[in-house]
Design a protein around this ligand. Sequence first.
Ligand code: AMP
Ligand code: ZN
Length: 476
Amino acid sequence: MKLYNTASRKIETFKPLGEVVKVYTCGPTVYSNAHIGNLTAYIYWDLLVRALRANKYKVKRVLNLTDVGHLVSDGDEGEDKLEKGAAREGRTVWEVADSYIEKFLDDYRSLELSEPEVIARATDYIDADMQAVDLMTERGFTYETRDGVYFDTAKFDDYAKFARLDIEGLQAGARVGFSSEKRGVADFAVWKFIQPGEKHAMRWDYLGRPGYPGWHLECSTIIHETLGEPIDIHTGGIDHIPVHHTNEIAQSYAAYGHELARVWMHCNFITIDGEKISKSLGNVFLLSDLAERGFSALDYKMWVLSGHYQGARNFTFESLGAAKQRRLNWRNRIAALNQQDISSGGSCRTFSSPTSLTLSGGPPPGPSPARVTPSGHINEILNAVNDNLNSAEAFAVIDNSELTLDDWRMVDELFGLRLIEDSPDAPDDVYELLRERDRMRAEKDYKRSDELRDLLLEKGYTVKDTPEGAIWQYAE
Ligand code: AMP
Ligand code: ZN
């Protein structure tokens, strides 16, 4: 597989560090609903994991849920996002976190994203956070101010390397009075103290005072506890490069003395009708908003995967309509394959079982679709995905190739599109209407045959005439 590595700014041939490929994905801050822009990352990184598995790698993947300590700015200013959510909704921070975690996981599942081996809540790793701060302090990487323990970026020679940061430029541009106790402009809090009178419900005693971890810390400690650094692949959005991931790298080195990750992958942002996603523009669409307009989560996933993860994508409802149509077209190709026996006069229905696959991690029970004989097209599809996750190219191959049912099973396995499961057999009366229509056409009773076609449409099916006879197709 070839993957673009942000650390080297190059496309590299992927070489695993050990027997199990360790993957970490920076997860959501659970203080509000995930909008469709937020969800793109999880779609791309699920493809990454599925592609690794299709290449026969064993994968252990960890996703974190930020339920504490993420301030409104990625620096150390502003309110804690969770506290803000709680104030907005008149609920406790714990209730807010629980409810948005549930919503996020609902979205996650409706997108058919394979479950990570570990889903880690930041608040379950507070002891590890304190130990990490202790280690960084022992090794001379921190200093204390009135409002927290800060990472001294001047002590880490490579601090600017990952994001190619211009520290002097940042320093010159820093606002006067900006966190006056900070020694360097890029220094960041690894632990925050709660000031007297400050409302902060999530609090833990450390260094004799109540406080909470700095946002960046959780990813370093969760990786340390669940995977062990260095990991193979670390993923996130491009906005994570200059601050969040830069700080993760610095902390992990300072606390544990290791490189954090070998390959860093970042996905780009989407705009909607050319605009940034923002509340003021009223374009913060959730999956539920798409559903109200007749689009399923998997239609959206088709739209996401029809582009490249590194491209800045522009979302329109028109392009979502095209993605929905494409998925319908693929399901109808499966329906046509399933009807081949019937239309050639046989009575046996060959509908493939949707239950022969598992979509989540680990070897599927029973016969693995990886062991069925794939056609050459499947290799072409996999080759496209192996080329730095070029799902757009893979989709073009699918459009232009004659796939077998086994091929379609593998397409489902690779992209998690639930094509087979969403292509069930039609009920008996559909077949009866179809055959009657055949008879009417043979008798040249076109009026009756058109009526039968309309009846089928009412039931949600269209009719397609093929050289082997008429078959039904899903109308939607
Ligand atoms: P936010 O809750 O707005 O801070 O977003 C959380 C994460 O979602 C960000 O760190 C980004 O990586 C990602 N994200 C936000 N907006 C978009 C977007 N328009 N397109 C893609 N990813 C986004
Ligand atoms: Zn992170």
